[in-house]
Design a protein around this ligand. Structure first.
Ligand SMILES: Nc1ncnc2c1ncn2[C@@H]1O[C@H](COP(=O)(O)OP(=O)(O)OP(=O)(O)O)[C@@H](O)[C@H]1O
Ligand SMILES: [Mg+2]
Length: 317
């Protein structure tokens, strides 16, 4: 992501270099993965870091049931963004929930109209790339299985997001707790101590599992690890509880715990744990939806909206 933003910041040099290769400087990124895993906030964060203006478009708002209107809206937004990009030397147009165009989920009911909207969107992206406008186009979706494959292919970079593994969960939890502390609300040290102890336990268990599978565990192998922990270990705590939670779930849990802490003036481990438990994790809903949508698409062949990638579960040890 860093490289991408650097390239966008030095768009002119980058295009010069690419001219030699006869490749188009296509700055398009598709972010995909479950809700609340940081697709929008990470992009906003990078845009801020590199001081590049960004406009986040709620794509479903562009979609109109009136024939032809969707296409007009898409063109209007991209033309405006291209104009700003030329003026400002760089600009990011972020199509949130891009599956609203060209997926079976979209609220355009006529198949021909979906097709035309998709084609128009693709033409617009191609034109931007061809004209060499310093405009980066981002698309984000949490229904990647339903996204039209032509849209998928138009994006040069694909960045997969997933529920945070236990390393990242620890960092996210600590960062929210530190925010509370900075706001001068008491946080019982036992939360940090328990978290650190549980982290160490999980780490040493992770080493065992690595030895068993014979390879490094990636951030996407968190499911595999917890399956083993649940089967064979006594580890119990916030990291275990939040397996399958998104960053956004942890944020919601923290907010709920704050309501309690307002009364007692200190946030205890017990209060924090209970609040996180109360909000629950998103993974369980996503799994259910994936199962439902894969049943639906296997019953219905040849309809518009292609399946891109099958979500495979973790390998068995
Ligand atoms: N990795 C993370 N680290 C810290 N905070 C996170 C992380 N992921 C998500 N969050 C928190 O969750 C909130 C929501 O995340 P965000 O809206 O970026 O997710 P998203 O992937 O775009 O979700 P959606 O698919 O629903 O649009 C953010 O404001 C942030 O506070
Ligand atoms: Mg988002």
């Amino acid at each position: 992501m860093d490289d991408f933003f650097k390239a966008l910041n030095k768009y002119d040099d980058f295009t010069e270099q690419l001219k030699e290769t006869k490749l188009n400087p296509s700055l398009t990124v598709l972010l995909y993965g479950p809700p609340g895993t940081g697709k929008t906030s990470l992009t906003r964060g990078f845009a801020k870091k590199y001081n590049i203006p960004i406009c986040v478009v709620e794509t479903d708002r562009l979609v109109s049931p009136l024939l032809g209107d969707t296409i007009k809206q898409i063109r209007r937004v991209v033309d405006l963004a291209a104009e700003i990009a030329r003026d400002r030397a760089s600009f990011i147009l972020f199509f949130d929930e891009i599956d609203a165009i060209g997926s079976e989920r979209s609220n355009i009911h006529e198949v021909g109209e979906i097709k035309r909207a998709v084609i128009s969107f693709l033409q617009v992206i191609d034109r931007i790339n061809y004209e060499g406008v310093p405009l980066a186009i981002f698309g984000a979706t949490n229904h990647q299985n339903q996204l039209d494959s032509a849209i998928w292919r138009r994006f040069t970079f694909h960045l997969r997001f997933d529920f945070p593994d236990f390393h990242l969960r620890k960092k996210i939890i600590e960062s929210f707790l530190n925010k509370i502390k900075n706001a001068k609300i008491g946080v019982d040290e036992s939360i940090f101590i328990n978290l650190e102890n549980e982290y160490k336990e999980v780490q040493s268990f992770e080493k065992d599992v690595k030895r068993k599978v014979g390879h490094r565990l990636s951030e996407f192998d968190d499911d595999l690890l917890w399956k083993e922990i649940i089967k064979r270990s006594k580890i119990d705590g916030i990291l275990k509880l939040t397996h399958g939670y998104s960053g956004s779930d942890i944020e919601r849990g923290t907010k709920v715990s704050l309501l309690k802490a307002m009364n007692t003036e200190i946030l205890t481990y017990d209060m924090f744990y209970k609040a996180l438990k109360l909000v629950g994790g998103t993974a369980i809903h996503v799994d259910r939806q994936n199962r439902l949508s894969s049943n639906r698409s296997s019953n219905r062949s040849g309809k518009y909206g292609n399946k891109i990638e099958k979500n495979e579960g973790p390998p068995e040890i």
